[in-house]
Design a protein around this ligand. Structure first.
Ligand SMILES: [Zn+2]
Length: 385
């Protein structure tokens, strides 16, 4: 059985231990005691070194803790162990911050936390609420800040599960429980690592919310992560302000105005493009020469879009006219015909694309169809001639 040194002292970062057993050719190490935290309860494992060899993972095997190494340890019986303190202390800040955040959500709004995940960038809690408002989250952050400023002690005690322990969340375990308490606020059964006082949490900042079947997942950051988040948000807001050449506080209003202006410009652009296409169609009609039957026929290549349709309609607005548009990507065709052209555009296009493995149709004046590929497109175009 591995003695878990972090149960009593979360600030122990260097220790000496005896190797009890090795496996996997010296890469899986069991010690008589360890301060390395194994993945459990939503908190990831510690990194660091065992006898100078880097630890890649720490696994909780109930009675024992396995340390996986990046290289074999060799035949030593006593090892000096060092915890990667930056990583561990960050985990302690996030984890204790989670106790505080969950306790405050319960204190202010009677919202219970059902699970916790400590991620590499942000952490999350899942809470029993279909939604949370921005106002609620601000009140929670404010209350957390008040409690942090009071620097309340965070204590670890071992108590009998059979007693009424007044825990925030009932434990299903029996025997001796490790209880983590924030003075006059929270008592939770927890095996994780925590800071000594609420002050060391620094700050609790909430982030994105995600709704999952009646539960809300709340992102949050504490300690130095909260500082980094605020710094990066500040840089972001400043860069947006610079790009728009206004003070940051004026950016939301300006952005909304720009979005509206852009929509109106897009509409104007579309209207002008259609107008231009219509004139192109008229010019095309005027410049084309009637065939032996007195019919003007033109073939245009390019996308079959609103502009092409406007061009076609303007062309066939003239007497005795047929307009064919051929588009390579996606392989498709458009056929327009004036009422006196002697052809039914919809039926003609349907016959040509159906014979080429495609589908289409339309009315007398306008027909459209698509075919599977370039070969079919050539075939359909030939059939229409
Ligand atoms: Zn905890």
């Amino acid at each position: 059985m591995t003695e878990r040194l972090y149960y009593q002292d979360c600030y122990l970062r260097e220790f000496v231990a005896h190797v009890v057993e090795t496996a996997d050719a010296g890469r899986r190490i069991y010690l008589d005691r360890t301060a390395f935290y194994p993945t459990s309860g939503g908190q990831p494992f510690d990194l660091g070194t065992l006898g100078g060899v880097a630890v890649s993972e720490v696994i909780d095997e109930d009675d024992r803790i396995a340390h996986l190494l990046e290289a074999p340890l060799g035949t030593t019986t006593e090892v000096a162990c060092i915890i990667d303190w930056d990583r561990r202390y960050d985990h302690m800040q996030q984890h204790t911050g989670q106790h505080l955040l969950s306790a405050v959500l319960e204190e202010l709004f009677a919202i219970r936390t059902v699970s916790f995940h400590l991620g590499s960038e942000v952490s999350t809690i899942d809470v029993e609420a279909p939604a949370l408002t921005a106002d609620q989250l601000e009140r929670v952050e404010d209350r957390c800040a008040e409690i942090i400023a009071e620097a309340r002690p965070v204590q670890i005690t071992f108590e009998d599960a059979a007693r009424d322990l007044e825990l925030r969340k009932a434990s299903t375990r029996t025997g001796m429980l490790r209880i983590v308490s924030i003075n006059n606020l929270d008592r939770s059964a927890c095996g994780g690592t925590h800071v000594r006082t609420g002050a060391e949490i620094g700050m609790v900042l909430t982030g994105k919310l995600e709704k999952i079947r009646g539960i809300t997942r709340v992102e949050f950051v504490c300690g130095k992560r909260a500082l980094r988040r605020a710094q990066s948000d500040n840089r972001l807001v400043a860069s947006i302000g610079r790009a728009l050449s206004v003070p940051p506080e004026q950016t939301p209003e300006l952005l909304l105005a720009l979005i509206e202006k852009n929509k109106s410009l897009e509409k104007t652009g579309q209207r002008l493009a259609t107008e231009l296409a219509r004139r192109e169609g008229q010019d095309l009609y005027a410049s084309s020469v009637p065939d032996a039957n007195g019919v003007r026929v033109t073939t245009q290549r390019g996308s079959i879009d609103d502009a092409m349709r406007a061009r076609a309609q303007a062309f066939v607005a003239g007497a005795k006219s047929i307009f064919l548009a051929v588009c390579e990507q996606p392989p498709s065709l458009l056929l327009a015909a004036s009422a006196d052209s002697g052809i039914h555009a919809g039926e003609r296009i349907k016959a040509a694309v159906t014979a080429s493995g495609g589908r289409g149709g339309g009315n007398q004046q306008l027909g459209q169809g698509s075919v599977p590929d370039a070969v079919a497109l050539v075939q359909a175009e030939a059939l229409l001639r």
